[in-house]
Design a protein around this ligand. Structure first.
Ligand SMILES: Nc1nc2c(ncn2[C@@H]2O[C@H](COP(=O)(O)OP(=O)(O)OP(=O)(O)O)[C@@H](O)[C@H]2O)c(=O)[nH]1
Ligand SMILES: [Mg+2]
Length: 458
């Protein structure tokens, strides 16, 4: 990763290569963790990797490797038996009363580490596995650094990138669920301690407060989701297509190109956390809606899958899913598998789909031919090439055109006020007026026609 302008605090990645995980996959996993960590604002200084049958129960790595890791971070290299616990900034961040309403924490760990800059030792250790609170604690003792695991990193990124009220509630719930088992008695009072007591009783009280808070947030979320479900029912018969796929595949780039909207595009993992819906542009008749959705990742924390279900429910309502993959990524097939399995988990695997092999501009001719041969029927394109985007637009239009049928609708004068609904759901081919009302020849999806027939039934 490039060492771009502001000084980033350094991180060490830790990965255990378990039996059955190939070298290629292990390397790819760590590279992806590196990108996640970079998105979070750190620079990866080193990677410590070890082949083992299982994570070491005490501190993930074996004794020798633990020493090696501690040499990098400036820690002792062993787990002192009754050492005074070093306070963890990472865990302080997960404060019980850090309500979702609080001003969004713009500050990053980068700011916190500036003071220690002269030493330039890694200040955080990031483990590419889910670890137990006690493994985290032991690793902190042995390395003197802050310790986060993969889930912690992902939850933290989601926390920083969520913008809509719904996304923020969902992330906050996932974050607090991650925190509760990891909370522990706090000592010392520097940093952001907010009048918390000490001892077991206080800890139990803190935990209870967090659980109450989770319950409150869940209620609030349920209310918002109910409103959204209602809004979605109203959109049910429209022509809808959703962009789905692995994070950073180029979904938002395609969304921008197809709809002329200015949704956020960034070379970051999880740039998009909210679903946006925009009309295809130039406009079609009836209009065709495109949704951009949250990206997937390997080992997505289960809590986040569950909490983002409603965001993905958008995708379920589309009558066409565009599976976007970054064909220039050597591990794109594994990424496609993740996308498929998450979508199957939420029941979206029955929706008709097209595979988009994106970022084809980054491959040479041979690479292009290889991916095209592997995926017959897929569309190879570059979101940056207007010709490719226009061809995709036409393919989408053709897909819907095939599913639409023609029919005649009679609109009695008494119901003229609702005629705009016809234009929303159908294309009007011709219109005639006589004493009973308007006689329209329209073309629309069968479901939309059924709806219009009900609206205009005499
Ligand atoms: N070369 C090339 N780069 C692309 C293409 N499509 C997208 N990118 C780049 O890939 C990066 C990620 O693009 P996004 O559109 O933000 O990806 P996304 O799928 O929305 O990612 P998330 O929102 O994080 O899930 C950006 O830096 C884009 O400029 C493409 O066809 N060719
Ligand atoms: Mg995006």
């Amino acid at each position: 990763m490039s060492n771009s302008s502001p000084i980033r605090p350094l991180a060490v990645l830790v990965g255990v290569q378990l039996p059955g995980v190939s070298d290629v996959d292990h390397t790819a996993d760590l590279a992806e963790l590196g990108r996640l960590v970079h998105t979070l604002g750190y620079e990866v200084a080193a990677t410590v990797s070890q082949k083992r049958d299982a994570l070491a129960a005490a501190a993930v790595l074996g004794e020798g490797k633990l020493k090696e890791l501690a040499d990098l971070t400036g820690g002792q290299g062993y787990i002192p038996s009754a050492a005074k616990e070093r306070k963890s900034k990472a865990r302080d961040r997960w404060k019980a009363n850090d309500a979702v309403d609080d001003a969004f924490e713009a500050e990053t760990d980068a700011d916190e580490a500036f003071g220690e800059e002269e030493t330039r030792k890694p200040t955080v250790v990031i483990v590419d596995h889910d670890i137990t609170p006690s493994q985290a604690r032991n690793l902190e003792k042995a390395t003197g650094a802050e310790v986060l695991d993969r889930t912690g990193v992902i939850v933290d990124i989601f926390h920083r990138h969520a913008h809509s009220r719904e996304a923020r509630l969902q992330v906050e719930i996932a974050r607090l669920n991650y925190v509760v088992p990891r909370m522990r008695e706090s000592t010392g009072s520097k940093e952001r301690q907010r009048g918390r007591g000490t001892g077991e009783a206080a800890l139990e009280l803190d935990r209870r407060k967090v659980r109450d808070r989770i319950a409150e947030l869940r209620e609030e979320l349920a209310a918002i989701q109910k409103q959204q479900a209602n809004r979605r029912v109203a959109r049910k018969d429209q022509l809808r297509v959703a962009l789905v796929g692995y994070t950073n595949a180029g979904k938002s780039s395609l969304m921008r190109a197809l709809t002329g909207s200015n949704v956020l595009v960034a070379d970051k993992l999880f740039a998009t956390l909210d679903t946006t819906v925009r009309a295809l542009s130039p406009a079609t008749k009836p209009r065709l809606l495109v949704s951009d959705t949250v990206g997937f990742i390997k080992k997505l924390p289960h809590d986040l899958v569950a909490s983002f279900r409603s965001t993905l429910d958008e995708a379920l309502e589309a009558s066409l899913l565009l599976y976007v993959v970054d064909a220039s990524d050597p591990t794109y097939e594994a990424q496609l598998e993740v996308t498929e399995s998450v979508l199957a988990e939420i029941g979206a695997d029955v929706v008709p789909r097209m595979l988009l092999l994106n970022k084809i501009d980054r491959l040479d001719e041979e690479g292009r031919q290889r991916v095209i041969r592997r995926h017959r029927g897929a569309i190879a394109l570059s979101a940056h090439d207007p010709k490719d985007v226009e061809a995709l637009r036409q393919t989408i239009i053709d897909h819907f055109e095939l599913s639409m049928i023609d029919e005649e609708l009679i609109v009695p004068y008494a119901k003229q006020s609702r005629i705009s609904e016809i234009y929303e759901y159908a294309r009007v081919i011709s219109e005639d007026y006589d004493e009973s009302g308007a006689r329209l020849r329209v073309r629309a999806l069968p479901a939309a026609l059924a709806r219009l027939r009900r609206v205009f039934a005499a």
